[in-house]
Design a protein around this ligand. Sequence first.
Ligand code: FDA
Length: 519
Amino acid sequence: LEDAFSKCFAFHLGGNPNSSSQLIITQNNTSYQPLLQSSIRNLRFSNTSSSSTRKPKLIVTPKNVIHIQSAVVCSKRQGLQVRVRSGGHDYEGLSYTSDYQNQPFIIIDLSNVRSITVNLEDETTWVEAGATLGELYHAIASKSYVLGFPAGTCPTVGVGGHISGGGFGTIFRKYGLGADNVVDVIMVDSNGMILDRTLTGEDLFWAVRGGGGSSFGVITAWKVNLVHVPPTVTIFEISRTLQDEDASTLFQKWQKVADKLPGEMFLHAVMGVGNVTLNNGSSSKIVTFSFSGLYLGEAENVTILMNNTFPELNLQRDNCITMSWIQSVVYFAGYSMNTSMDVLLQRNQTFRSFKAKSDYVTQPIPKFGLQGLWNILLEENQNAPVLIFSPYGGRMREIPDSETPFPHRNGIIYGIQYLVYWDYNEETDEHVEWMRRLYEYMKPYVSRNPRAAYLNYRDLDLGMNRGGGNGSSYEEARSSWGRKYFKNNFERLAKVKAAVDGGNFFRNEQSIPPLFATT
Ligand code: FDA
C-alpha cells in the first residue's frame, strides 16, 4: 500500500520520486514517530505504539495545495482513509488516530502549510490551515495594533480545525466566531479538485464554516476579515474561594448579567479546586472561582460599567490593567503580563492527558444545583478539574442560528467547558468516569432537546459512526451527536455531504453522514 501510494504521489507531482519521497514519512523512517507525536495535544492518545492498527500507514507533509491534492487523489485510489491534522488539538485525537481497526489510514499533516498574508488595505488576511492562532495573531499585530481577529485563546491551536468548527475567544461577544469572519476558502474536495469560494458554491462554503472541515475535504487556507480593536484594552481578574462569604452570590449574579453586558465586555468565570490551610494546620480542598475580564476600551469606562451592572464584584481601578490587544492575547494564553508577543510563535507547550465535555445554559442554574456541582468537583481525586463558563450574548445573539452550521446563538446565556486533567501514566478510566458522572449531574440544569454541545470540544461519548464510518444511518448520527452539535443545521450539512462527497471518502468517528434526497 505504502509503495503504491508513493508511486501514485510521485506520478502526480510530475514523476520525480526524489522530491516527492521527502514528503512521505513511512513507519520505518526514523522521523515517523517524532513527527506523529509532534502535535499530539492530548496525551491520552500519545501511546500510539500500543496498537499497530491505530497508527497511520504513513504521514504526508505537504508544502502546498498541489501536494495536498495529490495526497487526496492517491489515498482514494489506494483505498486509504485520510486524517487531516492542522494543529493536532482534537479532543479525541481524530486528526491522528482512528478507532476503525481494519481501515488503514494516512495523516495529511499541514504543519508546513502555514503562510500568512495580512492585507492592511482591505483589512483581510489569507491564513493557511497549518498556521496556529498564535502565528495569526502575531502576524496581524506585527502590521497593526488596531486590527485583530476573533478566535480562540490557545496560541498552539491550528486554524484548520479551529475555524472549521467555529472558534471563539475573548472578543467573540463583539465580533462573533472565527468562522463568522471567513470570506473565502481554498480547499481540496473528495475528487481532488482545488476549490475556492466561487467553485465550492455557497452550500459547501457554508458547511465548512462550523460544520467541521474533516467531513468535506482538506481546507488549505482561509481568507478572513480582520476586526478593529482599540489601541488600549483593559483586563482584570477577581478571585474567590467558596470560603468567601460572597462567592456563591457573585456566581449567581454573574449568571444573570454576563450575557447582557455590552459586546465590548467579556467576563468569563473559571471554577477549579485548590487547597486551603485550616485553623488546625491541616489542609483541605476547596472550590475556587475567578472572574476574568477583557474590556475593549479604557479602565475608567469598565469600572463605571461594572459598578453599574455588577456592583457585587466591587471592581476598582486598581484591579484593572491596560494594555494593547495583542498583549491581552498573550495574557489570556496564560503568560505573565510583560511577556513578548513572540511567545505566540512557540508551537510546543507542555500538554497533559485530559477528558472534556461541553454544555450550553439557557437559564441560570439555581443555588442548590450549584451546591451539588461544587460537591462533585471536590470528589475528583487529586487532579485538577477546571470548569470554564463563557458568556454569550452580544454579537452572538444577533447572528441567526442557520447563518453557519454553529447553532449556539440567541438564547444561550453561557457555555460550559468541563475539563479534567491527569498525568500521562495515571489510570485514565477513573477520571473519565468522574467526568461522565459530572455530566450526568448537570443534565437538569443545561439545554435540552437537544442537550447541545460544541463541536470543537469533541466528545465521542455523544456517539460514533459505526462500521468504519459507513455503518451508521443519518438518523442514528442525528439523534446521538448530530443535533447536539448542529441542532437544525444537521440536515443541511448531511445534504451538502451527499452532494460533495456522496461516497463518504472523508469519514471519521463523527463525520457527517451523507443524506440523499428521496424521490
Ligand atoms: P486538529 O488538527 O486536531 O483538527 C481538529 C479536527 O479538524 C480534526 O477532525 C481534523 O481532521 C480536522 N481538521 C484539521 N485541519 C483540517 C483541515 N485543514 N481541513 C479539514 N479538516 C481539518 N476552541 C475554541 O473555540 N476556543 C478556544 O479558546 C480553544 N482553546 C483550546 C485550547 C486547547 C489547549 C485545546 C486542546 C483546544 C482548544 N479549543 C478551543 C478547541 C479547538 O478549537 C479544537 O480542538 C480545534 O478543532 C483544534 O484545531 P486543530 O487544527 O488544532 O486540531
